[in-house]
Design a protein around this ligand. Sequence first.
Ligand code: PLP
Length: 389
Amino acid sequence: MSSEMNPRTPKIETKLPAVGTTIFTVMSALATEHNAVNLGQGFPDFNCDPALVQAVTDAMQQGLNQYPPMPGIPALREAVATKIKALHAREYSAATEITITAGATQGIITAILAVVRPGDEVIVLEPCYDSYVPNIELAGGTVVRVPLTPHTFRPDFDKIAAAITPKTRAILVNSPHNPSATIWSRGDMLQLQDLLAPTEILLISDEVYEHMVFDGRQHESAARYPGLAARAFIVSSFGKTYHVTGWKVGTVVAPTPLMAEFRKVHQFNVFTVNTPVQHGLARYMADPTPYLELPAFYQRKRDLFRAGLAATKFKLLPSEGSYFQCVDISDVSDLSEADFCQWLTKEIGVAAIPLSAFYGDGFDQRVVRFCFAKKDETLQAALARLAKL
Ligand SMILES: Cc1ncc(COP(=O)(O)O)c(C=O)c1O
């Protein structure tokens, strides 16, 4: 038989044997199937500011549709530098220390690929965002999981210190935190700074929820701490800040020698990012009001949602930042977190995410996560259903 008659796809060995369909996809599909209110996946169900859409549209109509410079258009990098200086009193060079990325996700994997070599260890604090572990594995690194304290989700610096070895290349920190909605305090950041000071360990600081901090708290960016900023890739997301998660545009800032390595990888894994969106964002960022008003915008939604949940048997955990609210389910059900989320979606008609999905070993502490980045009517529809519990 000729080879044309017998086409054959070569067998490949997976590089990521533990990766399957994510819990977010599973729960969103289940929510659609059962017509449930989807408070599972973390994205807004409302539109962004029409002025932002107009700014991008204008850029397209002005013909700004070809490749931009590799690290991003200068105007957007300048706008990011101005913002960081205003908020955190640190100067980053738009020329050599700021790169526009295809969302925070590409920023994180690019930072990891730039610095992690086979045999290096990278510390992640569990529960953690689902891309970190496969990113480290793709770089050939070894994942070292350190748990945040169950239920309070505070960092345990003794445990982190004990996990450090001569092979530790980097630590990933995320504040405000997905999924727990906790934020790191100044004291936490100072402890991290002291811990890392005598080491060569790099920090990858995932700060995508930087503008969602509540009750008058301050977002403690790594940029505020000289000892951390000097060793940090700081990752942000325009998608989160401006309600445009589908645009997938973010930023990474880092000191020049780190950013030089970052850009070597960025140049060949994405090269550069959507031109008109960058121009639109640069123009829109001239006014800081939208991100300055974001804490109040989400705090009101958080309070609306928490007030409704107070009438249920859920025990509410604090929500200090991000757009998530975690609840303890132990007074409502004996089911595991994962089974409870399935049941809640099918029987009550509200989708949530089990925290066990954010742990490598599926650790179950009877806590599930809701996303409140939703229209008030969506939250009210969910609360009306949850009132049965
Ligand atoms: C902690 C965390 N990091 C990164 C991301 C990804 O952000 P982006 O959509 O900008 O890639 C998310 C999105 O959910 C997140 O929760």
